[in-house]
Design a binder for this molecule. Sequence first.
Ligand SMILES: NC(=O)c1ccc[n+]([C@@H]2O[C@H](COP(=O)([O-])OP(=O)(O)OC[C@H]3O[C@@H](n4cnc5c(N)ncnc54)[C@H](OP(=O)(O)O)[C@@H]3O)[C@@H](O)[C@H]2O)c1
Length: 291
Amino acid sequence: MSTELNGEAKAATKNSDSAPKTNPIERPLALRSVREEHPPKAEEHTPQRILVLGATSGIAEACLRLWAARGDSLYLVARSEDRLNVVAADANVRGAALVETAVANLDDLEQHPELLAHAVNALGGLDIAFLALGVLGDQTDAERRVEAATQVLHTNFTAPVSLLTWLANYMSQRHTGTLAVLSSVAGDRGRRSNYVYGSSKAGLTTFVDGLRNRIDRDGVRVMTIKPGPVRTAMTENMKGNAKFADVNDVAAALVKAIDRGTDVVYVPGIWRIIMGVIRAIPESIFKKLNL
Ligand SMILES: NC(=O)c1ccc[n+]([C@@H]2O[C@H](COP(=O)([O-])OP(=O)(O)OC[C@H]3O[C@@H](n4cnc5c(N)ncnc54)[C@H](OP(=O)(O)O)[C@@H]3O)[C@@H](O)[C@H]2O)c1
């Protein structure tokens, strides 16, 4: 693991737009509201310490733009150093309070404890861990070669299980924190066209759901996030991807949901209904469909 430390404190820019647009002295006293005399403070954001695993993911990058702009502290992990540096530089420019990076191939489970300990030390604690790593794989290849299938299962299931086990124990001992995990609607039902990827996400969904049921009572939020198709590098070669969800819309919804700590998030929300319908189709019919 090579680690590049990039910490830079940024002064938060203050917005003075909250000043009244008209001079209240020009208006009758009776029309001045209590709110004008004592204007409410702009809603204050408590800066969050956020660890992003798979920080060069399209979905993660779009979330990072929002977290950086509101002054959160970020620890970014990805395996492509060049692309990670671009993401980190962008977060710094947008106003992140702190940006640190580590280059790591997260398939290497042995590195996880040291990597995660380093991240929480650098951030001075941890409020949110966002797991965005994942591979789509090649379904046809995985049907022929078991190595191709197990590679998808390793990156999408085994590696997140290793990361989450360490993070869950860290957070539950401290009775605080949010684990936000990108699973997929593909895990809700096995389909002929992508059941290897789908099964890796089904396993991840079940693991994350069970983890929530274990540590929610310790004060840790555990979120299962199930995006429908989103336009990112992962889907750029898929047919019909122009109709997929916009990554910035998805990120805006996710950042809000992570602030709330919602248990299970479908994004866009319509996918909760779509998957409800897909799950309801009897297997005797489903197996004849070309899905
Ligand atoms: N886009 C969608 O339609 C969609 C829908 C449902 C769920 N998701 C899930 O959302 C997550 C983010 O996907 P995305 O759409 O943002 O796709 P993406 O842009 O392809 O992001 C996937 C990220 O995972 C990283 N990664 C893969 N293996 C890794 C490893 N061994 N070590 C470190 N990083 C690794 C990739 O790094 P490299 O670039 O270096 O390979 C990439 O940054 C994934 O878990 C995906 O399964 C996506």
